[in-house]
Design a protein around this ligand. Structure first.
Ligand code: URP
Ligand code: ZN
Ligand code: ZN
Length: 465
């Protein structure tokens, strides 16, 4: 049998278990899995020796914001640096959010985002679409679903950005997406009480006293919990499907668990930062760099979210990558409400979750594959094309060394920032090799891909695990 590449001698890991063996690639697809596929006669195939390595379905980061106009600036990773970073982190599919600005239609928002990605992306990409004005945009949902975009986000905050949806819009989106087979994603934070808390603390004395820690003070856990509870309520009565994005609190995990036990179709992702960083960072010298929305919480939340991953109420891990440089973050000038919110993460997603999850025995290796690859692919309507090692599916493969650690240093990363939330952490699980649809785009930990290799991937049937 003629193959282009044979990855030999590694331990192939999927959600179903591990197997020592070979994986052969022909063109863009996985052509065979088995023992001794090279068997002495390579027939011209390139051999990649993966002895002593794990061979995984490549990661998906289903929550990123590349080149996003936000908080008075534009996020610093675009489809060049952002997807090079993805490749180096072992991620071959990213899903970004196309957001309409001004009077844009949803289709225009998608076209705007596709223009940022076309010819530039080094890994595959897809889009969720944000609904920012239900009355105007509702009629477009069938067309978007036809275009391969079956997932829509509504924001329960961000009034000043012009993005906020009210309960009636959420309720109707859940109803309509149920009819159409789509899925509603929500950014769940309780806007009116959040605004009140911000207003109470927004004065010189408080800012001098607490600095960036006011970000944590004004977003206690109930801000997220109340909003998740409300979104679950609307999901329960409409019978729709809800995906809680970037869930950061233990209370959120409890609510999702209880609702799922009642049969509500609610799912939740968390992000690597909520599993590994806590709000004591806001009190440090560079604390403002860590401002994201929602913000990082407490150690107890981390523990609950890891448990949620094991028990199932947290179905996957993404990053909410929304990078800003130190210069951009400096726009805050001591006022925490002016910090561009977001942080880099794509490049470190797999290494952080592997090191903090698998090596610290919080997740098995199979659970790791499930949470960063298979479950996100299933939830977003990309499985088995992505997130599997099945014959006939896209040859999206990541090879990692079980133990080799690399010290994180923003200077050596593809991500376009001059800091990293994980600076100096010693992480295992960086991609020694990454293949995206059969093409090797990382070799010996270095990016070797090309702009334009990444393609828009149409999706269908989201919302099942
Ligand atoms: O702070 C963040 N995460 N910014 C991106 C926008 C969002 O809410 O996902
Ligand atoms: Zn959000
Ligand atoms: Zn986001």
């Amino acid at each position: 049998m003629k193959y282009d590449t044979i990855i030999t001698g590694g331990t192939l890991v999927t959600v179903a278990g591990r197997m020592k063996g070979d994986l052969a690639i022909r063109g863009e697809k996985i052509a065979a899995i088995g023992k001794d596929l090279a068997d002495g006669q390579t027939n011209g195939a390139r051999i990649v020796d993966a002895t002593g390595r794990y061979v995984l379905p490549a990661g998906l980061d289903v929550h990123v914001h590349l080149e996003l106009p936000f908080c008075g600036t534009v996020s610093s990773d675009d489809y060049d640096s952002g997807t090079r970073a993805a490749a180096r982190g072992g991620v071959t599919t990213v899903i970004d959010f196309a957001i309409p600005y001004g009077q844009d239609t949803l289709a225009q928002a998608v076209e705007n985002w596709d223009a940022k990605a076309r010819g530039k992306a080094c890994v595959d990409y897809a889009f969720h679409c944000a609904i920012t004005n239900w009355q105007r945009q509702a009629k477009e949902l069938p067309k978007l679903i036809d275009m391969g975009i079956p997932t829509f986000k509504q924001f329960m905050i961000y009034e000043s950005e012009g993005w906020q949806s009210d309960d009636a819009a959420m309720f109707q989106a859940l109803e309509r997406l149920k009819e159409l087979g789509g899925m509603l994603m929500v950014h769940a934070e309780s806007s009116r009480v959040l605004d009140l808390l911000i207003q109470r603390h927004h004065n010189k004395a408080e800012m001098n006293k607490h600095g960036a820690y006011l970000h944590a003070i004004t977003r206690p856990n109930y801000i997220e919990a109340e909003a998740i509870q409300r979104a679950i309520q609307w999901t329960e009565v409409t019978g729709g499907t809800l995906f809680v994005v970037h869930m950061s609190t233990g209370e959120g995990a409890d609510l999702v668990k209880n609702a799922r036990e009642r049969g509500v179709n609610v799912f939740a992702e968390t992000c690597a930062q909520y599993l590994t960083l806590d709000d004591s960072l806001f009190a440090t010298k560079d604390g403002h760099l860590y401002a994201t929305c929602p913000q990082i919480k407490k150690k107890a939340d981390q523990q609950r979210l890891w448990k949620g991953l094991r028990d199932g109420e947290v179905c996957g891990i993404s990053t909410d990558t929304c990078s800003f440089t130190r210069k951009q973050k400096a726009m805050w000038k001591g006022d925490w409400t002016k910090i561009p919110m977001g942080m880099p993460g794509i490049e470190t997603l797999l290494p952080v979750v592997y090191t903090e999850g698998v090596l610290k025995r919080r997740l098995t290796l199979e659970q790791f594959v499930q949470k960063v690859s298979t479950a996100p692919a299933r939830m977003m309507g990309l499985y088995p094309r992505k997130g599997s090692l099945d014959v006939g599916t896209d040859a999206d493969v990541t090879i990692i060394h079980p133990k080799k650690r690399i010290k994180v240093d923003w200077r050596k990363m593809e991500t376009n920032t001059d800091w990293s939330p994980y600076q100096d952490w010693n992480l295992a699980g960086f991609a020694e090799a990454t293949f995206c649809r059969g093409k090797q785009i990382v070799d010996n930990y270095k990016f070797t891909g090309t702009n334009g290799h990444g393609r828009f991937i149409k999706r269908s049937k989201p919302g099942t695990l």
